[in-house]
Ligand binder design. Structure first.
Ligand SMILES: [Mn+2]
Length: 358
């Protein structure tokens, strides 16, 4: 798998006429080596690939030599990186790939070593390569999603009036860790009552009350890969309007998910959900896009949004998550992560989407 990923990057080097590339982001170093540590640098040329890391990681990194990597010990921080680059890139006036997400400080430190080179962004190219998942990635994402499913069913069994939002968030994260997650895929959202009108509200000491809507948006990170799901349920019968909103969001989510398949555009995937919500008169309360890619990062390519021109490919992972948020009333969001296939898609998470009243 690693070799295939490296080959895809080499294709980009050829297409963009690059002498080589330097990669420092954790998501891309992880993608190209499966090494899940920080502070590592990959330098790639047409025929060589180097993995540079410091004492803390050198033992783990040494395993990468069997994958074709040359391992370099960083002894003097950035000075070692500059030396490495000086040794590898000796010509002038050529083009070199770098990630536009690199910090200015880092870029400033390595620039003198690459004097005379033209810097060309390859971060977007790597995102594009990463948007189609391979078998190892699909397996990890599926596991990450089932860990989140377990945590959700645990909450449905244990949640009580009087519990605080923070307690619920902590419980979700605890159960995910107990079931193999390294950490939450992002800051867990567990909000209730009127706060559910804030799509990314922050859990606090607010306690659950009768009739409250409860929105949980959370995921697990399993071996580097994220899962992402959202459910809204109710602590006792919700108001008529919130129940109506639930049914609209349910239909928008279901129809958009049923529509997602290889060959559709990100734009049209968003439109299916948006049209349903707009027709019901709630268009202005659905202010975010319908979905985003998921993988090593919680938000990546492709997008299901009015701006997206991406055509979905087989084995892309994307969320389908419409929502309606009415200030001073509350909100509902239902989110599944799906894998794009020929003629349809498969949801990675299996928790029920039907209206749940506890
Ligand atoms: Mn999401």
């Amino acid at each position: 798998m690693i070799r295939t990923r490296i080959n895809s990057l080499r294709k980009t080097l050829v297409e963009k006429n690059l002498e080589g590339a330097i990669i420092t982001s954790r998501d891309n170093t992880m993608y190209l080596s499966e090494f899940n540590g920080t502070d590592s640098v990959i330098v790639i040329t047409s025929d060589k690939i180097y993995f540079a890391t410091d004492f803390r990681y050198i033992e783990t990194a040494s395993l990468l030599s069997s994958k074709g990597y040359e391992i370099i010990l960083i002894e003097e921080g950035i000075k070692s990186i500059v030396e490495l680059l000086n040794n590898i890139f000796t010509s002038k006036g050529l083009r070199i790939g770098f990630e536009k997400t690199m910090s200015y400080g880092y870029f400033d430190s390595i620039k003198p070593a690459l004097d005379g080179y033209v810097f060309v962004d390859i971060y977007d190219d790597l995102l594009k390569i990463r948007s189609v998942k391979d078998e190892v990635e699909l397996e990890r994402m599926s596991k990450a999603a089932s860990i989140a499913d377990l945590a959700f069913s645990h909450i449905l069994k244990t949640v009580r009036i009087g519990m605080s939002e923070i307690e619920i968030a902590a419980e979700l994260e605890y159960v995910m860790k107990r079931n193999g997650a390294s950490y939450p895929a992002f800051d867990t959202i567990a909000i209730s009552g009127k706060k559910t009108s804030m799509p990314h509200g922050v859990p606090d000491n607010k306690k659950l009350q009768i009739h409250d809507a409860v929105t949980l948006d959370f995921g697990a990170n399993y071996k580097g890969y994220c899962s992402d799901m959202t459910r809204t349920f109710f602590m006792g019968q919700p108001s008529d309007e919130l129940e109506k909103i639930y049914r609209i969001v349910y239909r928008a989510q279901k129809e958009a998910q049923d529509y997602v398949k290889e060959g559709i555009s990100g734009y049209s995937g968003d439109k299916v959900a948006r049209d349903i919500i707009e027709k019901e008169g709630y268009g202005k309360y659905f202010g975010h896009s319908t979905g985003h890619g998921v993988g090593l990062l919680i938000h990546e390519e492709p997008r299901l949004s009015i701006k997206s021109k991406t055509v979905l490919k087989k084995n892309m992972a994307v969320t389908v998550e419409p929502g309606i948020y009415v200030p001073d009333l509350g909100g509902v969001r239902i989110e599944n992560t799906v894998i794009v296939e020929q003629g349809g898609c498969t949801a990675l998470n299996h928790s029920d989407k039907e209206l749940i009243i506890l």
